[in-house]
Design a binder for this molecule. Structure first.
Ligand SMILES: Nc1ncnc2c1ncn2[C@@H]1O[C@H](COP(=O)(O)OP(=O)(O)OP(=O)(O)O)[C@@H](O)[C@H]1O
Ligand SMILES: [Mg+2]
Length: 375
């Protein structure tokens, strides 16, 4: 993959020039643009074209980490800093030492954490949670957001001093609908790559179908176009794409985006809400069963034999009186406790993304004070 943004519009060429200019320096960069417009591609390019490219690029999604634990995730903590901090732990800033840290969704960073972050930006120094000595790191900072940070400042959700500091180098990626001549180029790039990977011979697209794509609004930007290219080829592998294929497909995509449940026309709002809740419950239940499966596999592996009822963290009697959410919450507390809040490890064990685990921690309002106890 190319290390710069693909595109032949003036806007993209200028962005690529800026990337080449700033990459070799250590200056902090703020990348803005709608979702799917390529912010992560830019962050990767900056790191790869810098002298730090053989050092780590640590990607942190500030929006996915619950407020209660973001400071210890970013800056680490000392042993005993809070209940459950059995060992000291390095934060992402220390892990990124000599490399680059990419703080995605920076607009979601809590105000209290922003103070500490500004200090790192200005001095390269911070303290671990519960620590009393300054830690110095050499980290290049790249941040991104799809929010309008200026209005976040006006609403007191974002510190003005941090905003002025961050925006001194701002790379703004315009939405795809404002750089129409990139659409065709990206369409061929995404279809060609997909066809090559999957040994499909691409049969092309009619002119009026391409015109339709060029005039479509692409609210999900390049990501939406990429998904569109891949799925339309899966569904029409042996034919030249026509205007009606394209229209049908874009409408189907829109339906999927607006609601994953098929809404039956004529149904009352309450009953579709009921369907939605029911579906959500089913999903939780299936997640729960997955977690249970994984736990019993782990226990099995440990014992090398059959699972004894005592080995389960919840007794049969308790399960019968618990709601699905309560069971899931308890299992998660157990995993967090057992693994010293190492979310990456837990995600790995449970075959989930760390983001999923963070979302559950947020959803169930679990904090580091919550300990697992058998009862
Ligand atoms: N100009 C481009 N050239 C090639 N690929 C691109 C370009 N822009 C985006 N993409 C691809 O589109 C997808 C979305 O891009 P990316 O993840 O960088 O978006 P983002 O701005 O970070 O979105 P979000 O705000 O949702 O995190 C990725 O698969 C990326 O490789
Ligand atoms: Mg992104």
């Amino acid at each position: 993959m190319t290390s710069l943004l693909l595109g032949n519009t003036v806007q993209i060429k200028e962005i690529n020039e800026t990337i080449k200019q700033v990459a070799p320096t250590d200056v902090s960069v703020l990348i803005t643009g709608e979702s799917g417009s390529g912010k992560e591609v830019v962050a990767n390019s900056i790191h790869r074209l810098s002298r730090r490219n053989d050092k780590p690029l640590i990607i942190v999604n500030c929006g996915a980490i619950p407020e209660g634990i973001i400071e210890s995730e970013l800056f680490g903590h000392q042993k005993g800093a809070f209940t459950g901090a059995i060992d000291e732990r390095k934060g992402y800033f220390e892990m990124a030492d000599n490399g680059t840290i990419f703080l995605d969704e920076i607009g979601e960073m809590p105000l209290s954490t922003q103070v500490k972050f500004l200090r790192v930006l200005e001095t390269g120094e911070f303290m671990r949670v519960g620590g009393n000595k300054n830690i110095n790191v050499d980290v290049r900072i790249v941040a991104a957001t799809n929010k309008d940070l200026a209005s976040e400042v006006t609403n007191n959700h974002f510190r003005d001093d941090l905003y002025y500091r961050l925006r001194s180098i701002n790379i703004f990626i315009p939405p795809l609908r404002e750089r129409k001549s990139d659409i065709k180029l990206l369409f061929y790039y995404f279809t060609d790559s997909y066809c090559k990977e999957n040994n499909i011979e691409f049969k092309g697209i009619d002119d009026d179908a391409m015109d339709y794509l060029i005039n479509y609004s692409w609210p999900g930007n390049a990501r939406e176009l990429k998904n569109f290219c891949e799925s339309i080829i899966v569904l029409n592998p042996y034919k030249k794409l026509s205007l009606s294929d394209v229209k049908k497909h874009l409408q189907a995509d829109k339906r999927e985006e607006s609601n994953s449940l098929p809404i039956i026309i004529g149904k009352s709002r309450e009953s579709s809400e009921k369907d939605f809740l029911f579906r959500a419950l089913l999903e939780i239940k299936s997640d729960m069963l997955d977690i249970k499966d994984h736990l019993s596999v782990i226990e099995n592996n440990k014992n090398g034999q059959t699972v004894n009822n005592e080995d389960f963290i919840l007794s049969k009697d308790r399960i019968l009186n618990m709601k699905m959410d309560e069971i899931e919450r308890e299992v998660l507390i157990y995993m967090l406790d057992k693994n010293f809040w190492n979310v990456e490890k837990i995600a790995d064990i449970l075959d989930q993304t760390p983001r999923n685990i963070y979302n559950k921690i947020k959803k169930f309002k679990i904090s580091k004070e919550d300990r697992w106890e058998r009862n």
